[in-house]
Write a protein that binds this ligand. Structure first.
Ligand SMILES: [Zn+2]
Length: 93
C-alpha cells in the first residue's frame, strides 16, 4: 500500500505535495516490472482530482483490475477499482 506522509509526499501527476484533507487515490504495488509505463504509479498516492484528469487513468484502472481485481482473497472477496480510482471489496458470488 502506498505510504502517504501528508505535507511531504508528492503526487506524481502534478508534482505538488499532498496536504491534509485532500482526497487521494492510492493503491498497492501491483506492477512488478519497472519497465512497465505505469510502474511508478502502482504504489503511489495521487490527488483524486489529478487522477480524474490523467490521460492514463483508464489503462491504470484496467491494469489494476487485471492484476488485483482477479484475486480472490482469503476472506472470499475481490478488490475492484472503479473508473474514478475508488476500490471496493465485494464478496465473490
Ligand atoms: Zn496531483
Amino acid at each position: 500500500m502506498a505510504i502517504v506522509i501528508l505535507g511531504k509526499t508528492e503526487c506524481p501527476l502534478c508534482c505538488e505535495v499532498i496536504a491534509a484533507g485532500q482526497v487521494t487515490v492510492a493503491g498497492q504495488h501491483f506492477i512488478q516490472t519497472p519497465s512497465h509505463p505505469l510502474w511508478r504509479y502502482s504504489d503511489a498516492a495521487m490527488h483524486y482530482d489529478c487522477f480524474q484528469n490523467w490521460l492514463h487513468r483508464k489503462a491504470f484502472v484496467e491494469e489494476y483490475n487485471r492484476v488485483i481485481g482477479q484475486i480472490v482473497w482469503g476472506n472470499g472477496t475481490q478488490h475492484r477499482m472503479h473508473p474514478d480510482g475508488t476500490v471496493t471489496t465485494t464478496p465473490v458470488a
